[in-house]
Design a binder for this molecule. Structure first.
Ligand code: NAI
Length: 331
């Protein structure tokens, strides 16, 4: 029998946590033949709710779930984990300045970085979901210097999946037949959803999305803004954040990272920039990514037109500003 993999979910008593932990326990993240032990962390005010989630996990009798650690102790939560999905964070409340939210989250990610560095299993893979996701991941990286930078990522797969969904709706094709969209940059409203290299599988072979849509005005306008603002649209409709799709995309992110992306297709992941596409180093930025043998790599050499170049630069600028703001909160 396979050894169980320990998966940490922080903020596990929250909305995304509640959607995510049963997916992990059912094998949606690591596969149907991979036993798991769930480590769930939340803060003391949420301890009772966290215990309720634990009770439900017991009641659901998941055969793959070999153990549950539910705790408000960061060290206990991080000990021995192989995968860490960081969903916990301080939400922006009415009347709060961006800097106040940033300051709360930076201090959370700084202290959790140290706990992971000291107590997680060697080669632990980290996915940051909580906003500001790219900058939280960067802080985590900076304060966990012994964790290799390639092990620290942030979630832009939800945006990637949203882009696939919009194309599939527009062209009335199955979402599984659409591939190779790209989300560039920040998980924020400056992200750039790019379809210049995307294609659709049709009965007469693979066709470029651009050609099939045949309407550049839509692709350069409404398509981009719909993807950028989808999170807000869902909050407006549900009065709650997009927990189901965020949880599902977090599973997609880890699954592809661990088990690999299919031949000929890529996904989007926020990773530490190596300067590819002239994106400054020192930022966690979303790129087109392929994965193999548990390692990701940036897809190189794609052509970037002028329209795209401006968008790539704009979202990089925002990330540089967030980084400065984060550092000003630390000092
Ligand atoms: P939520 O407020 O329902 O849950 C957050 C949980 O984190 C709460 O249970 C809270 O007690 C806990 N928490 C707060 N501080 C913590 C700490 N220091 N350690 C551990 N847990 C802590 O929020 P929801 O809807 O689950 O969203 C979680 C985060 O994910 C938010 O930051 C949200 O903006 C972000 N998000 C990111 C997406 C992405 O695509 N990257 C998509 C949707 C949401």
């Amino acid at each position: 029998a396979k050894e169980p993999v320990r998966v940490l979910v922080t903020g596990a008593a929250g909305q995304i946590g509640y959607a995510l932990v049963p997916m992990v326990a059912r094998g949606a993240m690591l596969g149907l033949n991979q036993p798991v032990i769930l480590h769930m962390l939340d803060i003391p005010p949420a301890a009772e709710a966290l215990n309720g989630v634990k009770m439900e996990l017991v009641d659901a009798a998941f055969p793959l779930l070999k153990g549950i650690v539910a705790t408000t102790n960061v060290v206990e939560a991080c000990t021995g984990v192989n995968i860490a999905v960081m969903v916990g964070g301080f939400p922006r409340k009415e009347g709060m300045e961006r800097k106040d939210v940033m300051s709360k989250n930076v201090s959370i990610y700084k202290s959790q970085a140290s706990a992971l560095e000291k107590h997680a299993a060697p080669n632990c893979k980290v996915l940051v979901v909580a906003n500001p996701a790219n900058t939280n991941a960067l802080i985590l990286k900076e304060f966990a210097p012994s964790i290799p930078e390639r092990n620290i990522t942030c979630l832009t797969r939800l945006d990637h999946n949203r882009a696939l969904g919009q194309i599939s709706e527009r062209l009335n094709v199955h979402v599984g037949d659409v591939k190779n969209v790209i989300i560039w940059g920040n998980h924020s409203s400056t992200q750039y959803p790019d379809v210049n290299h995307a294609s659709v599988k049709t009965s007469s072979g693979e066709k470029p999305v651009r050609e099939l849509v045949g309407n550049d005005e839509w692709l350069k306008g409404e398509f981009i803004t719909t993807v950028q603002q989808r999170g807000a649209a869902i909050i407006k409709a549900r009065k709650l954040s997009s927990a189901l799709s965020a949880a599902s995309s977090a599973c997609d992110h880890i699954r592809d990272w661990v088990l690999g992306t299919p031949e000929g297709s890529w996904v989007s992941m926020g990773v530490y920039s190596d300067g590819s596409y002239n994106v400054p180093t020192g930022l966690i930025y979303s790129f087109p990514i392929t994965c193999k043998n548990g390692e990701w790599s940036i897809v190189k050499g794609l052509s970037i037109d002028d329209f795209s170049r401006k968008k790539l630069d704009l979202t990089a600028e925002e990330l540089s500003e967030e980084k400065s703001l984060a550092y000003s909160c630390l000092s």
